[in-house]
Design a protein around this ligand. Sequence first.
Ligand code: KIV
Length: 304
Amino acid sequence: MSITSFPERQGSARPKVTTTTIQEKKQRREPITCLTAYDYPSARLVDEAGIDMILVGDSLAMVVLGYENTLPVTVDEMLHHTRAVRRAVKSALLIADMPFASYHESVKEGVHNALRFVKEAGAEAVKVEGGEKRIELVRHILDAEIPVMGHIGLTPQSIHKMGGYKVQGKDLGGIERLIKDAIALDRAGVFTIVLEGLPREVAAMISKEVSAATIGIGAGPDCDGQVLVFHDILNLTFSPPAKFVRRYGDAAAVISKAVEQFRTDVASGGYPSDAESYHLPKETKEALDAIMARKQMRKAAMSR
Ligand code: KIV
């Protein structure tokens, strides 16, 4: 283990983002920013870059834990990562994603798990996938004083029901369902709605219709804000990006180059150098040298 430590952050340079800040941004038509993060260093970088909201998404199942889809990640795993993110975030609004099977059996269980994210991990809001059919759950979570982010369109927890990850709302029936879902969530009182994998025209209609802020991912530029997955924008997913992903950096290339260089340096004896080593204090070194010299002399005398 390294003895490197993270220096304490001395407060934050910007004011705390709250659900009110987000709603005010929508009213002022100021674009809202959101990124996922799953651990301390990434969350700290995202927060310090001034992003409004940080989502501990269940996408961590895939991008951090290596699962094929989001379904296997558990509440305990999500809590573990949310706590790490909580320790890093000072200003951004911290939202925890409710994973598959954490609210599907009963409203009671859903509220219980939402409370755990706030009480045990410091989340300030939770995200739930689904529209009309989740309204009772959303109302109960709100009654427990927890703000809710809705999520409609391509909802990855419904992968088997959808028959794969498919853009939603491409026909009139689909558009009507999505609008009904968005209105129901809005009336129930969610503060934001993630619109994932929708034609931009549909996302634009919904964004005009609801008072909750819409946060798009693969839903075009007319949403009130945008969210992307941290690992997607940094090329850390080992797969070709979806159409809507813009790569802002190549962390895979940076990391691979650094790791290969470390291997080469150790193999060639180039690491560590003397400057990268600790040294004995002068007096201890002199005392040790004297002991070694005496030992050497005794050894030489005995071999004569
Ligand atoms: O899990 C996730 O990362 C998400 C966002 C992409 C919206 O749900």
